[in-house]
Design a binder for this molecule. Structure first.
Ligand SMILES: [Zn+2]
Length: 571
């Protein structure tokens, strides 16, 4: 079957299997949910406009991701009307929110159509531009003193296209002028109805940021967004650059890297955009704030703390808001569920200028994502892979507590200049750092009386069982999964975890704190070295695959893996 001239790559049976056996729902809240029912009328009205904005942004994200996304989606929607085969392909498309993407299990990307491939540079760069050519053209443009042009090409908010034998950058606000103007309209309508002054204010700034080709407006919008702690509604424009695999190659080219450094040009990978809409949950938020109260003290306990500046200083307010949110809409980058779906997110990321301009961060936890779990599969994993005495310690709530520690961990440690200096390894090392801060610092929360000794054991056990038992060897770009593998191997090497003759997992809770602290010290050393080679050496040492991990992965795959997600939205 051809869709817009392209043959579907999977057979009807293969697609039906993916969609019916390998896809799990994440059910967002509907209008009957008490969180929505309890809102003031103005906020209820505002939400509808915010959801409209979210839906428009989905098309923007599709365009950023792949040049064929929008046209293939449209063709699939037409074909799906009278073909079950095409309807299944459309479901897979909507789960990836794109024509191609990794599913977190298979080494090769899932590509829905023959001849349409996953692109290293997304649609940020010309499809036929190789890494070598990009580097060569940048050198050539610098030779001709086109410093400002190069600066824009390497900005997070531009699309790069060919112009003769050179490249040119187009700002997102120009490339997406129509969509951004519609979104700004929706935000202004929402601001009119919303009841909270800070929230209205933020929406006003965010609308302006979509209308003006001016990074200063992003800074202002980000700053207003991050400071809201007590508002009823959540609206986020996420800008994250994990998917651009092209720009970071510059960090591995010493000559070009040094040349850019002398010109004060910092290459930043391109942003993918997503929108999240929701309602703040009061009880969940209260727990987060208890964790937050410990952060300043934790900063002082970080390894080599005297060697770097941390964004959490003992002398100033912690500019960090945190909310637990009942989710109404996830679109764009949020809905590109490629090997997983985000449980929580702390923005802006370190590459965003708002942080250097006195702005704070806002950490948002996704209730409906963490509430969606496959109990039956968890039971089978415990039975098949974990020694019986540890089953009692597996607890999803403990995983949530670990996630809080992880998110707070991103705020601790060496600043972004250290993080980006390890080049293509930066996300792996940074996610690894956040995980290990969560684990290493967790005993401090016990001391503070926020969690119990029993909960601490559950947090450790759930961390290892849920995250360290791999489904597959992680692809290089999969920062979280590679971090999991590094952690498992580190713990195994230090006798904290092991498998018995029956291939069942054991763990030594008493050894955990000291080994995690040692691991954290090693990670901070890698960041302080500012060297991709040091990062690579660390990853090579602890990123190894082994027979037992292969056994675990085969076991888990047999359970019927559900790598695809169907986000169910009701607004
Ligand atoms: Zn993280």
């Amino acid at each position: 079957m051809k869709i817009n001239g392209f043959t579907l790559k999977y057979s009807p049976e293969e697609l039906a299997h993916k969609v019916n056996e390998q896809m799990r729902p994440v059910v967002l809240i509907d209008q009957n949910h008490e969180a929505f029912q309890n809102l003031k009328d103005g906020d209820k009205k505002a939400l509808q406009y915010l959801v409209n904005a979210a839906k428009i942004m989905n098309d923007v994200a599709l365009e950023l991701d792949h040049p064929m996304n929008l046209v293939q989606k449209q063709a699939l929607e037409v074909a799906a009307a009278d073909s079950a085969y095409a309807a299944d392909a459309l479901k897979l498309f909507n789960s990836l929110n794109g024509v191609a993407g990794h599913n977190g299990i298979d080494p090769e990307p899932v590509e829905i159509f023959e001849g349409i491939h996953l692109l290293k540079g997304g649609n940020f760069y010309p499809q036929d531009l190789s890494e070598e050519e990009l580097h060569r053209i940048l050198h050539q443009m610098l030779d001709q003193n086109k410093v400002d042009e190069v600066r824009l090409i390497l900005s997070a908010r531009t699309i790069v296209r060919r112009e003769g034998d050179e490249l040119k950058a187009i700002d997102y606000t120009e490339y997406f002028a129509d969509e951004f103007s519609e979104i700004a309209n929706e935000l202004e309508c929402a601001a009119h109805y919303a009841t909270d002054d800070l929230f209205k204010d933020y929406l006003g700034w965010q609308a302006q940021a979509f209308l003006q080709n001016n990074p200063q407006m992003d800074i202002l919008a980000d700053k207003h967004w991050a400071k809201m702690q007590d508002t009823a509604l959540e609206f986020t424009v996420s800008r994250e650059n994990y998917d651009d695999q092209m720009t970071p190659t510059i960090f591995s080219n010493e000559l070009l890297k040094n040349r850019l450094e002398k010109l004060h040009i910092a290459p930043v990978p391109k942003d993918k955009i997503g929108i999240r809409v929701g309602i703040v949950n009061a009880a969940g938020t209260e727990l987060l704030l208890q964790f937050k109260d410990e952060m300043r003290q934790l900063a002082g306990l970080m390894p080599r703390a005297e060697q770097y500046h941390q964004s959490v200083g003992a002398d100033k307010d912690l500019k960090q808001t945190m909310v637990d949110v009942d989710i109404i809409a996830l679109t764009g980058d949020y809905a590109m569920c490629r090997g997983g779906i985000t449980l929580a997110q702390n923005l802006p990321n370190n590459d965003k200028p708002a942080l250097a301009h006195g702005g704070g961060r806002r950490n948002v936890y996704h209730r409906q994502v963490r509430l969606s779990r496959d109990e039956e599969k968890i039971h089978k994993i415990l039975q098949g892979l974990v020694a019986p005495q540890f089953h009692q310690y597996y607890d999803e709530e403990a995983d949530h507590l670990f996630t809080i520690g992880h998110e707070n961990g991103h705020t601790l440690g060496p600043d972004s200049s250290y993080q980006t200096a390890v080049g293509i390894y930066q996300h792996i090392i940074e996610e690894h750092k956040a995980d290990v801060i969560a684990a290493a610092m967790m005993p401090e929360y016990v001391k503070a009386g926020i969690i119990s000794e029993e909960q601490l054991k559950k947090i450790y056990a759930t961390w290892i069982i849920k995250r360290h038992l791999p489904l597959a060897y992680p692809k290089d770009g999969e920062a979280h999964r590679m971090a999991d593998l590094l952690e498992y191997n580190y713990l195994a090497k230090h006798n904290v975890v092991w498998f018995d003759d029956d291939k069942k997992l054991h763990m030594d809770f008493a050894l955990m704190p000291s080994v995690c602290r040692k691991m954290l010290g090693d990670i901070i050393d890698v960041q302080l070295a500012k060297s991709p080679a040091a990062a690579k050496a660390y990853i090579d040492q602890y990123g190894q695959w082994s027979d037992i991990l292969e056994y675990v992965s085969v076991f888990k795959k047999k359970l019927g893996v559900k790598p695809y997600i169907d986000i169910q939205m009701f607004f």
